[in-house]
Design a binder for this molecule. Structure first.
Ligand code: NDP
Length: 450
């Protein structure tokens, strides 16, 4: 979809010039501006208020050194980031990614997406994202703790329960959040809800662990039902085997689907009889092992392991849920999915489909649940964790799960309605971008040129 509106064409040119060497960020901005074209045509007031120019520029970008000492006594240096993208509708909120591929462009793309996603949740949260090129894989608990403490020693100057509330993301799970929270508390001498995804004994929320994967399935279920379909009896392929993938598998299975594949960054497993999730949880959540170990432990004789990630999209399925990382489905893989009869792709990971893949879904009538909407259940439940921390109360699993379910239904409804209102019925990506944008845009306009 090429832009036709001259104002947006010029703006995108500026974004490209100003953010050279950051292809993921430019990709994310391009997708959003393309779908906002009908809004720009209709809302001259937002153009006059400079909302479009301001929303593509982060409010603040912080980059810092993270020195720590490894188990051999050697000094290691990583780079830390926090991009505070937009605070028009609430304190900055978004996860911390710990992965060797992290650099400013990745954090900016994630922060930008987060602005729209958080707006869609109906909760008062602005958008931000952070992380580091530190790789927790293969590190001892002591090394991870020393890294997290050093990381928080700088980050604590920039965050706070009413300013910026980080959470987990790739590589940042309960262990890392615990170490970071402990260091924040020690340095600031305050016990506040400054991070979400906390352990249940110190302010965490029930259902937060499950939230992104469950939320993805709640959203996908709404989308399927609106189009006369359901999870019942369907074959599902899910990439990744981390937090999002595991709980998407759990909920899709509860909905009556059969999940037949999962992966990690080394390769994928295919179990035509249906993945035994308890084995995956033990390998990934307890032992921090590799997905290939599944085949040695399952009683299912037909389970196989294949090296490499991309092949997972050649497995025949009705529904695909990418839950690993950005740009994991390219045009070629999308074409194979379509050829194999996949009629629904819904995104647990952030921006897992390349622009060519999205084009392939849309031109072939594939039901497409975009990440911003489909994976918003994680941050929504983080918002609920913040509410519980403010109240100094804990809600039951059922209460939080019911609220999450309600939020995901609302998100689907607003995407569906916005797409219809702007003449793009069934294009939930356009609907998500427009609905997410409008709320933030109205707030930015009301608050003046800041
Ligand atoms: P985890 O670290 O728990 O799991 C990530 C999974 O994806 C692992 O199986 C990992 O394999 C795999 N993976 C990571 N990077 C790559 C890569 N470059 N190539 C192939 N596989 C890769 O992360 P989450 O489950 O939390 O996050 C997954 C996705 O969901 C991310 O895009 C994240 O931004 C998004 N997301 C997460 C939310 C949350 O609440 N956790 C909320 C919203 C979105 P390996 O173990 O080998 O690294």
């Amino acid at each position: 979809m090429a832009l036709k509106n001259q104002y947006l064409i010029d703006l995108l040119e500026t974004v490209k010039k100003r953010n050279q060497g950051e292809p993921e960020f430019i990709q994310a901005v391009t997708e959003v501006l393309e779908t906002l074209e009908p809004v720009a045509e209709k809302r001259q007031d937002l153009i006059d208020a400079g909302v479009f120019e301001r929303i593509v520029e982060p409010e603040r970008q912080i980059i810092f050194r993270v020195p720590w000492v490894d188990d051999n006594g050697k000094v290691q240096v990583n780079r830390g980031f926090r991009v505070q993208f937009n605070s028009a509708i609430g304190p900055y909120k978004g996860g911390l990614r710990l992965h060797p591929s992290v650099y400013l462009g990745i954090i900016k793309f994630l922060g930008f997406e987060q602005v729209f996603k958080n707006s869609l949740t109906t909760l008062p949260m602005g958008g931000g994202k952070g992380g580091s090129d530190f790789d927790p894989k293969g590190k001892s608990d002591g090394e991870v703790m020393r890294f997290c403490q050093s990381f928080m020693t700088e980050l604590c100057k920039h965050i706070g329960a009413d300013t910026d509330v980080p959470a987990g993301d790739i590589g940042t799970g309960a262990r890392e959040i615990g170490f970071m929270f402990g260091q924040y508390k020690r340095l600031r001498n305050e016990f506040t809800g400054v991070l979400t995804g906390k352990g249940l004994t110190y302010g965490g929320s029930l259902t937060r662990t499950e939230a992104t994967g469950y939320g993805l399935c709640y959203f996908t279920n709404e989308m399927l039902q609106a189009n006369g379909k359901s999870f019942e009896g369907q074959t599902v392929v899910i990439s990744g085997s981390g937090n999002v993938a595991i709980y998407a598998t759990e909920k899709a299975t509860q909905y009556g689907a059969k999940v037949v594949a999962l992966s990690d960054s080394n390769g994928y497993i295919h179990d035509p009889d249906g993945i035994e999730l308890d084995i995956v949880k033990q390998i990934k959540e307890v032992e921090r092992g590799r997905i290939k170990e599944y085949c040695d432990r399952t009683s299912h004789k037909n389970a196989t392991y294949t090296e490499g990630c991309k092949g997972i999209w050649t497995i025949k399925c009705d529904i695909a849920l990418p839950c690993a990382t950005q740009n994991e489905i390219d045009g070629e893989s999308a074409a194979i999915l379509v050829k194999n009869g996949t009629y629904c792709v819904s995104e647990g990971a952030n921006m897992p489909s390349t622009p060519e893949a999205i084009e392939t879904y849309l031109s072939n009538g594939v039901l497409y649940g975009p990440a911003k909407a489909a994976n918003a259940g994680g941050v929504a439940t983080s918002g609920l964790e913040m509410s519980q921390n403010s109240e100094r109360l804990s809600w039951t699993f059922e209460e939080v799960d019911a609220k999450l379910h309600g939020i995901m239904k609302e998100i689907f409804k607003s995407c569906d309605e916005a797409a219809k209102e702007y003449g793009m019925a069934g294009n939930y990506m356009a609907g998500a971008n427009i609905a997410g944008f409008l709320k933030v845009a109205e707030a930015m306009k009301a608050q003046g040129c800041v």
